[in-house]
Design a protein around this ligand. Structure first.
Ligand SMILES: [Zn+2]
Ligand SMILES: [Zn+2]
Length: 183
């Protein structure tokens, strides 16, 4: 191998090396800028995640409140369905009685099914607490004699709005007596 040839080769290699070095620098630069972009993106995502976390925390409270409301409603529904069951029994008995009577409402009772249903409704209104219309009357305010379910009166005692829902007379917690609506 001649010295001239070797010199040319060295130049070629140097040129190639310099190009490679430039390429590596370019790649390094590109990687760096990609990394910066990724970091910025990541910071953005973390911010969004934090927002979501805060929102989820707030929603958790709303869900808790809703759950309490649902429990309350289910309790009311259970009370109502038990009262309704009793009333349905009464209606069934009355309907049977009405069916046994001669048609035209001219039977011994002298009432048509419609009239009996009106009576049942009227009795229902007398038996049910007219504050919630869900539970039966269980207590009487002894001062005025008005009757309600225990829950509705307890609520007034607890909230210190101690006025009779019917006549607005003030009453003390000691002026509430239990009553029994027996058949
Ligand atoms: Zn009530
Ligand atoms: Zn009253």
């Amino acid at each position: 191998m001649s010295a001239r040839l070797a010199g040319t080769n060295t130049k070629k290699i140097e040129a190639a090396l310099s190009q490679k070095t430039q390429e590596v620098d370019d790649i390094t630069e590109k990687c760096r800028s990609d990394l910066d972009a990724e970091r910025a993106e990541r910071a953005k995502l973390e911010g969004a995640l934090e927002q979501l976390r805060l929102k989820a925390g707030g929603e958790g409270k709303v869900v808790g409140d809703l759950k309490a409301k649902v429990d309350e409603l289910q309790e009311s529904l259970a009370a109502e369905s038990s009262s309704r069951g009793k009333l349905q029994d009464t209606v069934r008995v009355l309907e049977k009685t009405a069916a046994g009577a001669p048609s035209g409402g001219g039977g011994k009772s002298g009432f048509s099914v419609e009239q009996l249903e009106l009576q049942v409704n009227s009795l229902r209104n007398k038996v049910m607490c007219n504050v919630c219309n869900v539970r039966e009357k269980e207590v009487m305010i002894t001062r005025c004699g008005h009757t309600f379910c225990k829950a509705c009166i307890d609520e007034r005692i607890t909230s210190r709005a101690r006025q009779c829902p019917s006549c607005n007379d003030k009453f003390a917690a000691t002026e509430v007596a239990k009553i029994w609506l027996t058949e």
